[in-house]
Each structure stands twice: as structure tokens, then as C-alpha cells.
Ligand binder design. Structure first.
Ligand code: GLA
Length: 364
């Protein structure tokens, strides 16, 4: 038994760092996917290879992954295999060939795309009774426990649950989701993604530090998660100025997600969400303190060149921004950002237009 599966990267319209705080987010899946060509075998081994890492193939006993000395990119697929085994699934053997077209280190969830492509491949190959929510949880657990990045479930949820033409409204507190129509082309709009070419890594300490600060703020406010707080004024009683800022971002960001979802559901002109996206950037920069000069420059250049709204996306400390632009202005905005990066002495950015695409599925 063999086949080919794909899982996409994502870009988040609004709702950053809210996932592990029991809040809300609104991602879309990208057309960029990780492809997993997989076969079931019977020799008790898992073999993984990646087109992007030639000469770094690895082969491990499938039940020995907990103790295996695994480093580098193969921790992501092997973490998923290990998580299936840990949950008691009997995998007889596997070959996994990966080919990734999601930009790495760009804040576009290349890791989750690997995890979800492998997770759906294994489910289908072994006909396992595993639902989409389990796939999300298997990917997240692999990333938390095997890779060692303390992420939430935003990326895996987007990679599995998104549908073409829609944004995905995620309610992490209630563990619910809904599709929200998101047809920018019908309004002559585009969502420009600008990868600032400054890679970030979730296993670096900054992401985990923000998570611990949010947990400390929740404890000081006597709630299980900051998602329980709906009034921004409620965080002002936090004595610690750093925790107050972190909490303010989470509470205000959740309100921004709800506002954007309400506007899209009402069928309002998506241009109207632009200022909310830009406010989200200010909050990530000033209150959450995860922006960089490259991200701030890209946002400022996009807005100065006529974007309706722009903000950094993903975990922060590098990666990409999005800009909501009239389709006829996209080229102009791209070139202004590129010019500005040149003036500032930054590496050239990479740009593309994001089309809301399908979640993980089998293709062959
Ligand atoms: C990374 C993490 C997600 C989420 C975002 C920020 O992508 O993997 O869980 O926290 O950062 O919104």
C-alpha cells in the first residue's frame, strides 16, 4: 500500500499567539504544500528522506524512536511516527519521502505542513480510526514533545481544517472551528505575503518566553487562560508592566479576531478589515515585543504605498508580513518594499500572493 499526500503551510489573517492562550485566530491555508510519498512496509523500520536534504536520509526501528538520537529536519516526521506508536497504533513499517514547497523559517508553518502530511499519510496507509482533531493533536504533540517547541495548535489546525476560498475561524477555548468565506478576488483585492528573509525558529527561546509570560499574567489575574478575559481594561490592574503588555496584546488581539470575523460574515468590504490588521501589528510590536526592523519596515512601506492594512504574521522575531492591497496596486507595493529593503541594507524580500487553499489531503 502506498500513496501521495499533501499538507499546506498557512498564513494567519489575524489572531497571533492567541492559540496557547485559549483565544481566537483566523488563518488561511496557502497553495504551498509539503508532499509526502509514503508506503507501508513490514520490516519494523521507518525510513525518511527529504528532497530538500539530500544525503540526510535516516532509518530507525519504528518502536525505538523515543530513545533514538534524532537531530535536524527528520525530528518532524519521526516525531509524528513516534506519537502514533506512543498512542498504541501498530505500525508495521514505513517509507516517507518528503518534498517541501513551503518556505522554511518564514513564519508560514513549514513544520506543521510536514507533520500534517505525514500524519494523514499514516492514518490512511494503516486505515487508522483517527479524526482530524487527532491529526492536529498528533502534529502538535510531535512538535512540543519530540522537537521541543512549545507551540499551540494554530498551525496544525490550519494545515488540516482549512478549505479553499475560506478563512478558518478557530476558537481555541471551546475547541471549535468554522469556515468564513474569504473571496478577495471578487472585490479586486489581494493578500500579499512578504517573507523578509530573516528566518525565525520556534525552538529558539523567545517563543517559549512569551508563552511563560502569558501563563504568569493569567495566574496573576486568577484565570486559567488569558482567553477568559474579554475587557482590555481588566489587564491594567497587573502590577508587572511586562506582563501587563503581554496580556493586553492577547486580550486586544482576540477582540480584533472577533471584529474581523463579524465583518466578513456580514459581507462587508474586506478593505474595512485593513486598519484592524495594522492595529494588530502595532500590538505585536509594542505590547508583545516580537517584531523586528525588517518586519516594521515592510509594514510601513506597504502602508505608505497604499495597502489597506499590513501586519507581521506567525511566531515573530523574523519571518513574513501580510498586506491587504487592491489587486492593481500589488506590484507597486512589492517594488516599494523591495526598494526600502535595499535602502536599509536588508536582504531582498520574497513576495507572493496568498490564495485561500485546501487543507491536508490525499492526491494519489
Ligand atoms: C507559531 C506557533 C503557533 C502560534 C503562532 C503565533 O506559528 O507554532 O502555535 O502560536 O506562532 O500565532
Amino acid at each position: 500500500m502506498s500513496g501521495v499526500w499533501v499538507a499546506p503551510g498557512r498564513v494567519n489573517i489575524i489572531g497571533e499567539h492567541t492559540d496557547y492562550n485559549g483565544g481566537y485566530a483566523l488563518p488561511i491555508a496557502l497553495p504551498h504544500v509539503v508532499t509526502c510519498t509514503a508506503a507501508a512496509t513490514s520490516d519494523g523500520l521507518v525510513r525518511v528522506s527529504s528532497r530538500q536534504h539530500p544525503g540526510e536520509d535516516t532509518e530507525q526501528p519504528i518502536t525505538g524512536l523515543a530513545a533514538a538520537q534524532v537531530t535536524g529536519w527528520s525530528r518532524y516526521p519521526l516525531g509524528v511516527v513516534h506519537e502514533y506508536v506512543r498512542r498504541g497504533h501498530d505500525l508495521t513499517g514505513l517509507t516517507l519521502e518528503l518534498d517541501g514547497a513551503v518556505p522554511v523559517g518564514a513564519g508560514l508553518s513549514s513544520s506543521a505542513a510536514v507533520e500534517c502530511a505525514v500524519a494523514v499519510a499514516i492514518r490512511d496507509l494503516f486505515a487508522l480510526p483517527v479524526g482530524d482533531a487527532d491529526i492536529v493533536d498528533i502534529g502538535r504533540t510531535a512538535e512540543n514533545s519530540y522537537v521541543g517547541a512549545a507551540t499551540g495548535t494554530l498551525d496544525q489546525s490550519a494545515s488540516v481544517l482549512c478549505t479553499a476560498g475560506h478563512a478558518l475561524f478557530l476558537d481555541f477555548g471551546r475547541d471549535e472551528h468554522a469556515q468564513v468565506p474569504f473571496d478577495l478576488a471578487a472585490r479586486d483585492l489581494e493578500l500579499l505575503v512578504v517573507d523578509t528573509n530573516t528566518p525565525h525558529r520556534l525552538v529558539d527561546g523567545d517563543y517559549g518566553a512569551r508563552r511563560r509570560e502569558c501563563e504568569a499574567a493569567a495566574a496573576a489575574l486568577d484565570v486559567a487562560t488569558l482567553g477568559e478575559i474579554t475587557e482590555v481594561a481588566a489587564v491594567e490592574r497587573l502590577g508587572d508592566p511586562v506582563l501587563r503588555c503581554r496580556a493586553r496584546h492577547i486580550v486586544s488581539e482576540n477582540a480584533r479576531v472577533l471584529a474581523v470575523v463579524a465583518m466578513l460574515r456580514e459581507g462587508r468590504d474586506p478593505r474595512e478589515i485593513g486598519p484592524i490588521l495594522t492595529a494588530g501589528h502595532a500590538s505585536l510590536r509594542d505590547d508583545f515585543a516580537i517584531s523586528t526592523p525588517q518586519l516594521d519596515t515592510a509594514v510601513a512601506a506597504a502602508l505608505a504605498a497604499g495597502a489597506h492594512g499590513a501586519r507581521m504574521v506567525g511566531g515573530g522575531f523574523g519571518g513574513s508580513i501580510i498586506a491587504l492591497t487592491d489587486a492593481e496596486r500589488t506590484g507597486h507595493i512589492e517594488s516599494r518594499i523591495t526598494q526600502m529593503f535595499h535602502t536599509e541594507g536588508f536582504s531582498p524580500p520574497r513576495t507572493f500572493v496568498a490564495i485561500p487553499s485546501a487543507g491536508a489531503h490525499r492526491v494519489l
